[in-house]
Design a protein around this ligand. Sequence first.
Ligand code: FPP
Ligand code: MG
Length: 341
Amino acid sequence: EDVSVKAMSWIREGELNLIERLSANVLKAGPVPKHVAFIMDGNRRFARKKHVDRQEGHSQGFNKLAETLRWCLQLDIPEVTVYAFSIENFNRSREEVDGLMELAKLKFLRLLDERDKLEKHGVCIRVLGDLTLLPLDLQQLIAKAVVATREHNRCFLNVCFAYTSRHEMANAVREMAWGVEQGLIKASDVSEALLSECLYSSNSPNPDLLIRTSGEVRLSDFLLWQTSHSCLVFQSVLWPEYSFWNLCDAVIQYQCNHASIMKARELHQDEQRRQQLEEDDHACVAELLRHHGNGKPADGPRRQEAVAEYAVRREARVKDFLDALRNKRDSFLTQLADSQA
Ligand code: FPP
Ligand code: MG
């Protein structure tokens, strides 16, 4: 018998009751986050509290994830990112790590069974992390799941698995070094914006709201780059006990801070653009003119023109590099998905 059929679904049907529906409508009258990230913490404490085994705690944690995804859709939140397995979690007992790998296998199998339902709801599932750290059969399953849903575009679930933020950033730097080595970009093309594009999260906007449950007030190496201007909410509830009201509470905290978050973001964006155009490109052009201009200082208009031309060429280089990077990643996934277990 196919065990995956019995496993709890990723998509849980269900309606809000009247009071929940009213509350959802009140929240939706204000700004709603478009992207929410969760550190789903407290599964083992929940298990201990309920006198069930650890694995059951994690399993109920998954069920809560499916329920939370439905609430997010009901609140018009189209994108969710969750921390499902940190690279640091490999240091847990052999038994627990194996248990989490088994749970993931079961759920990604189930996901493949539910393809039609996912298509109907337009759910795109991405897995962010270093897949090569995982058992090969799980890598293949994940690749199949990601490939099966990659064209869907109504809502997005990013599952961080074998992930830490520092690992992701180091990987992004390695990708840029590869680009320089391949002659696709110049070392001087490296910028904040380019690094963002090389992260596993490059297809998503930054989270508006990050929620951690279980009362721990740390980020634990989760989305450090992406959350510099996000609203951070720490809640004491254990993840398997998370409720619709906990989610509403976090959204209200986001709404109370919305204006200052938006302002901080705009300031940062302006600064990033200014830095690229007015400092980085100018510096590169100045260097070029020193080499090719027989030492004569270029006049203002000529310099402006040269900077504009330089920016166009830089953007073309960067685009080609990012296309090559995307191809490299796509073919890694496709080959993995097509390989036999
Ligand atoms: C943190 O609680 C939770 C985890 C390390 C695992 C989270 C995984 C899930 C909820 C299942 C998701 C699975 C898929 C396939 C998406 P903890 O173990 O740190 O508990 P504690 O803080 O009480 O010790
Ligand atoms: Mg924990």
